[in-house]
Design a protein around this ligand. Structure first.
Ligand code: AMP
Ligand code: MG
Length: 302
């Protein structure tokens, strides 16, 4: 078990020998520590340094993994028509979500500062990336990769494990799962249900990611009013129509960012956004508890 960005990461290995497993675990531990330092949105590290440079209008040399996150985020922000937008870190911070202590009991921010940040329309498309050099045309961009970092992390964990020639591996990051390789028999993967139970269990026999975002995992609670940690970038305010969204896809970054985006897209738009993302499967639970699913293969969208 490893602790990274406020989540417990568990790695299960099969079809291997203890010496190989131990070496793989040790390398995974080193990797996750590095990612924690690089990607943490408010603890001093590579990302906070990059954000300071953007705010000052400077150019900053970043890391391979941050560059990979910027590139993936630019693609996914466009694909989700802005529902997924990790450039809204200043809004996330304004709402008090730069904390590990949930629920938050501070009052929500006033309308003026929210609207002022929205008016600057921060976008990952404001970023110019040349090799590892990053600058931004918009100093209101503040990067917060919390909605996609786990997707990158599980991909990197699988790459590290692959190098150790382990037969079968699965990574569980606080209920978000990536099957790296299935080996001789399929893994059983639970899709989370709101409140902590299991919505369904699926058998996975190939590399596949199952990511769930919900507005009940991290939230603020003030005067009986609950506000989610997922914000609609177009309003700067928390969303509430969708209680949770799961995206299943072979690309873990699509699954992670996609799940966050579907919660933002809301009841009327999530199917369209899932289509735009080209995600293999999307499962959405609305505020009345109704479960809907969209399957690319069944819908003949392939
Ligand atoms: P997740 O748990 O993957 O859905 O990620 C949620 C986290 O992503 C939040 O705690 C925020 O830090 C950040 N976030 C909130 N709203 C958005 C959004 N619309 N797009 C991208 N990241 C967001
Ligand atoms: Mg996400």
């Amino acid at each position: 078990m490893f602790a990274v960005f406020g989540t417990e990461v568990e790695v299960q290995l099969r079809d291997t020998v203890p010496a190989r497993a131990q070496a793989a675990y040790a390398d995974v531990g080193t990797l996750l520590q590095r990612l924690h330092r690089e990607l943490h949105p408010w603890e001093e590290g590579e990302l906070t340094a990059l954000n300071r440079s953007i705010a000052a209008g400077g150019t900053h040399t970043t890391t391979l993994d941050l560059a990979a996150l910027i590139e993936a985020s630019q693609r996914l922000e466009t694909a989700t028509e802005g529902a997924f937008n990790p450039a809204i870190g200043a809004l996330v911070e304004l709402w008090g979500f730069h904390t590990s202590n949930y629920p938050i009991t501070d009052p929500p921010p006033a309308a003026d500062p929210i609207d002022a940040l929205v008016a600057h329309s921060p976008s990952t498309r404001d970023l110019v990336l040349e090799e590892l050099e990053v600058r931004s045309a918009n100093s209101a961009v503040q990067l917060d990769f919390s909605g996609i970092a786990k997707g990158l992390a599980v991909r990197r964990v699988c790459e590290v494990i692959d190098r150790h020639s382990v037969g079968a591996a699965m990574v569980n990051a606080g209920g978000d799962v990536m099957v790296c390789s299935a080996g001789r028999r399929p893994w059983r993967v639970a899709v989370r249900a709101p409140g902590g139970g299991v919505l369904e269990t699926i058998e996975v026999d190939r590399p596949l990611a199952v990511f769930t975002s919900g507005n009940y995992y991290r939230y603020g609670d003030f005067d009986g009013e609950r506000y989610a940690h997922i914000l609609d970038p177009s309003t700067g305010r928390p969303v509430s129509e969708i209680v949770q969204a799961t995206v299943i896809d072979s690309n873990p970054m699509t699954a992670d960012a996609g799940a966050t985006a579907l919660v933002v897209a809301g009841a009327d738009e999530w199917e369209r956004v899932a289509d735009l993302l080209d995600a293999e499967t999307a499962i959405v639970i609305d505020a009345d508890g109704a479960v809907s699913r969209l399957d690319k293969r069944r819908a003949g969208r392939r």
